[in-house]
Design a protein around this ligand. Structure first.
Ligand code: GPK
Length: 834
């Protein structure tokens, strides 16, 4: 690298090559320089916002040097790269993470203190980068952290939404959505106005035959939109490796600004064209586990996929290798089916633009892609109507038909005369209108398909993708259980716990190898250790109690059991069962004498999470939680025995405060519906216990930490289908305790009963699809076991320590290593320490 720097620039370059601050003075100098020059402000009126900006710019400068070196190192090594394609990257805040990963938070803390700032207040100034909905988007963010920390050559590719997930306000107990305009000042991105790709939409296809009798298809006409790259540096933890997340932003192509219109005075329309182009990357679709089939969403998908593939292919071509080596140089992971068009686009590039034979091209394609499935819920499986495809991407539709034809021919050879099988596995659903099944396309176009927890990976093989196991054999389908980054979810979110752990493990190495947590189990009977352990949890609860007071006005007692359910609001996640359980608890308390009440374990039930704006039932659930809170929290008979809190606008940065403060968290989805869950891992890693169903990763968590350390309840996945069948075709009665809950609601205990009838009749009159009534008794009983266990504080602390000690498996580092070995066939790049 150094040798390639031209002599005149060499001296200046060498002087520039230091990627850390020498000491706090060095850091302060940089902060002051940024305040006074970059921000053009004076230190006399430097407020916390300016301090945040300058501090971020100072760290960004350091990051960018390592980012450059990492990219050069990867280019020179000329080894295989992995590309993680995700429509969502739920990154949260960057500054704290950058300081910790670089290892200079102490320096910054001291420097900021000298300048008159508390580092916590400065960190708080940052707006979350919320380019995702929930678990799927946050998983992508954890993966980026692990890929960089483990020194893999990896890029993330996504969309640079102008508006991330909406901000949630609770007004009179109802969710109100407010747009999240987050780009006002974002020091963490670098616009690359020189890295652009023209993306085509609409138009038509012409075919001609060349001299060799080969058919050449050309996609012509339509409109062009420009994709502009914005790069976000991703620092690894305790390594100089800094990877790149490239986000595409849409812009009118230069030729598109219609000067004809402009000159003829039709200025407004020429501006409208411009805005239409920019609309593509304007908003994140706010649905979680739901596909709505909107045209603009398909445009987003193709825009992002086409720009990313152009970029990837351009990089490959620089290596001047033969096409057949493409899969040795490139692995592309499809985060759910959202980027599945990449399969078709790569085939189009190879066949239409590069002139490869179909077979050779298809071999390259299938060896390049891997597909991760994140849900079995039918309403979440993406389908696009054929007429929409025909209109927007006519050449891609033809290619899909060809891919499907060759695929079905191969199926027919294996299962002659099985028409039903052909219809079931076809990429095209023969409905009215016909639909393209994206999951089928993703399976056919990939060499590996994985689920995200053991149960889920088994389920996809036995239910939604059963036929494909017969067609391709079982080895194509595999499991990679999800993980979380311990850097953000322990070290950053819970610094005191991280500190205590490192004092016992002897170093911070557990943050790089989470299995080292096992060492703390030796201290589980150590008095001082246990005391410190309990004090840390208490302090975290005090901090959350302050936040609750500030944002809701409600006083909660930090000594009460904090029972937390924070995640997207969804019927399958069953927040309705939780709030029905809370009502049951309230009715029980009301029925007791003041003396009997005193024996009760005080609890704070804490909820948080966004409902998709169009999800009526989810919004009703939020409303009921708030309505119950309004009654319970003001009932003099109840006092501190029960409080019900809904925390507004749950997001990544709030999660970092809430998770370390929980005693118990709820992961209570109907068995077989939650693919994995990842917050379950975060809560346990922070010393909280779980009440949960035998679903997703709860099962593997139980296996690791031991049955005595988790509160499992409810029906099993294998029984759900029969129970549902019985609801529909047999008869069922609602659990008697739940009937009493319904009666209380219908009496108007929590306000206008009609506001909540949807939730009640879903259980009572519409087949109780999510088995709320079937699991209710078991849930209530298990909650009583929780109360009892919590009253034994010493026993509880033992459970907490044992659980944390046994969580090593759930690091996203382990998870990424499994992808690297089993799917991507890629090894880390050696990095010499500076
Ligand atoms: C799954 F299908 C989807 C989706 O649209 N959004 C989403 O966040 C989640 N997911 C699953 O619901 C979780 O169980 C899982 O842990 C997470 O993806 C990551 O795999």
């Amino acid at each position: 690298v150094e040798a390639s720097i031209p002599e005149p620039q060499r001296k200046a370059w060498l002087a520039h090559q230091t990627s850390g601050f020498k000491d706090k003075d060095g850091f302060e100098t940089e902060v002051v320089r940024h305040v006074e020059t970059t921000l053009a402000r004076s230190m006399y009126n430097c407020d916390e916002q300016a301090a945040y900006s300058a501090c971020s710019l100072a760290f960004r400068d350091r990051l960018i040097l390592e980012w450059n070196r990492t990219q050069q190192r990867q280019t020179f090594a000329d080894s295989k790269r992995v590309y993680y394609l995700s429509l969502e990257f739920l990154m949260g805040r960057a500054l704290d993470n950058a300081m910790l990963n670089i290892g200079q938070k102490d320096v910054a803390k001291a420097g900021l203190a000298e300048l008159g700032f508390r580092i916590e207040d400065v960190i708080e100034q940052e707006h979350d980068a919320a380019l995702g909905n929930g678990g799927l988007g946050r998983l992508a963010a954890c993966f980026l952290d692990s890929l960089a920390s483990l020194n893999y050559s990896a890029w993330g590719y996504g969309l640079r939404y102008r508006y991330g997930i909406f901000k949630q306000e609770i007004i009179d107990g109802y969710q109100v959505e407010v747009p999240d305009y987050w780009l006002d000042f974002n020091p963490w991105e670098f616009p690359r106005h020189d890295v652009t790709v023209d993306i085509q939409f609409y138009g038509h296809v012409t075919k001609r035959t060349d001299d060799n009798g080969k058919t050449i298809a050309t996609w012509e006409g339509g409109e062009i939109v420009k994709a502009v790259a914005y790069d976000v540096p991703i620092p690894g933890y305790a390594t100089p490796s800094t990877n790149n997340l490239r986000l595409w932003s849409s812009k009118a192509a230069s030729g598109e600004f219609d000067f004809q219109k402009f000159n003829s005075g039709d200025y407004e329309n020429s501006v409208a064209d411009q805005q239409r182009a920019e609309t593509i990357s304007a908003v994140l679709y706010p649905n979680d586990n739901l596909d709505r089939g909107k045209e603009l969403r398909l445009k987003q998908q193709y825009f992002w996929v086409a720009a990313s593939l152009y970029d990837i292919v351009r990089r490959f071509k620089k290596s001047r290798r033969a096409w057949k080596e493409f899969p040795d140089q490139v692995a592309i992971q499809l985060n759910d089916t959202h980027p599945t068009l990449a399969v078709v686009e790569l085939q189009r590039i190879l066949v239409d633009l590069e002139g490869l034979d179909w077979e050779e091209a298809w071999n390259i394609v299938t060896n390049t892609f891997g597909y991760t499935n994140h849900t079995v819920l039918p309403e979440a499986l993406e389908k696009w109507s054929v007429p929409l495809f025909q209109h927007l991407l006519p050449r891609h539709l033809q290619l899909i038909y060809d891919i499907n034809l060759f695929f079905l021919q191969s199926v027919e050879r294996k299962f002659p005369k099985d028409r039903e099988m052909l219809a079931r596995v076809s990429i095209i659903e023969e409905s009215q209108p016909k639909m393209v099944r994206m999951a089928h396309l993703a399976i056919v176009g990939s060499h590996k398909v994985n689920g995200v927890a053991e149960l889920h990976s088994d389920l996809i093989k036995t239910t939604i993708f059963k036929d494909f196991v017969e067609v391709f054999g079982p080895d194509k389908f595999t499991n990679v259980t999800n993980g979380i980054t311990p850097r953000r979810w322990l070290h950053q979110a819970n610094p005191r716990l991280s500190e205590l752990i490192s004092s016992k493990t002897g170093s911070q190495n557990f943050l790089k190898d989470l299995t080292e947590l096992a060492k703390i189990e030796h201290y589980k009977d150590d008095k001082a250790f246990r005391k410190e352990w309990a004090e840390i949890k208490y302090a975290n609860k005090v901090r959350l109690a302050k936040h609750i007071k500030k944002t809701t006005g409600v006083d909660v007692n930090p000594s009460a059991l904090f029972d937390v359910q924070v995640k997207r609001i969804h019927e399958y996640k069953r927040q309705q069962m939780n709030i029905f359980g809370v009502i049951h608890r309230y009715l029980t308390l009301k029925s007791l004498s003041p003396e009997e009440r005193k024996k009760f374990q005080p609890r704070v039930s804490i909820f948080g999470g966004k409902a998709a704006p169009g999800y009526w039932m989810a919004k009703q659930i939020i409303h009921l939680i708030n309505a119950v809170g309004a009654v319970v929290n003001n009932d003099k008979d109840i006092g501190d025995l029960l409080k019900v809190i809904f925390l507004e606008d749950y997001n990544v940065s709030k999660a970092e405060m809430i998770i370390p403060a929980s005693d118990l968290s709820e992961h209570i989805s109907t068995a077989g519906t939650e693919a994995s869950g990842t917050s379950n891992m975060k809560f346990v890693l922070n010393g909280g216990l779980i009440i949960g169903t035998c679903d997703g990763a709860n099962i593997e968590i139980t296996r690791e930490i031991g049955e005595q350390n988790i509160f499992l309840f409810g029906n099993l996945a294998e029984d759900v289908e029969d129970i549902r069948h019985n609801h529909t075709y047999g008869s069922y009665t609602v659990d008697p305790d739940l009937v009493k809950v319904f009666e209380a609601i219908e009496k108007g205990t929590f306000g206008e009963p009609n506001d909540f009838m949807g939730m009640i009749s879903a259980v009572r009159d519409h087949g109780d699809f999510y088995l709320v009534s079937d699991d209710f008794h078991s849930y209530i009983e298990t909650q009583e076991l929780v109360d009892k266990a919590y009253r034994d504080q010493e026993g509880w602390v033992t459970k907490s320590i044992e659980s944390v000690a046994r969580m090593g498996f759930f690091s996203s580092d382990r998870c990424i290593n499994e992808y690297a070995e089993g799917i991507w066939n890629i090894e880390p790049l050696a990095v010499k320490d500076q």
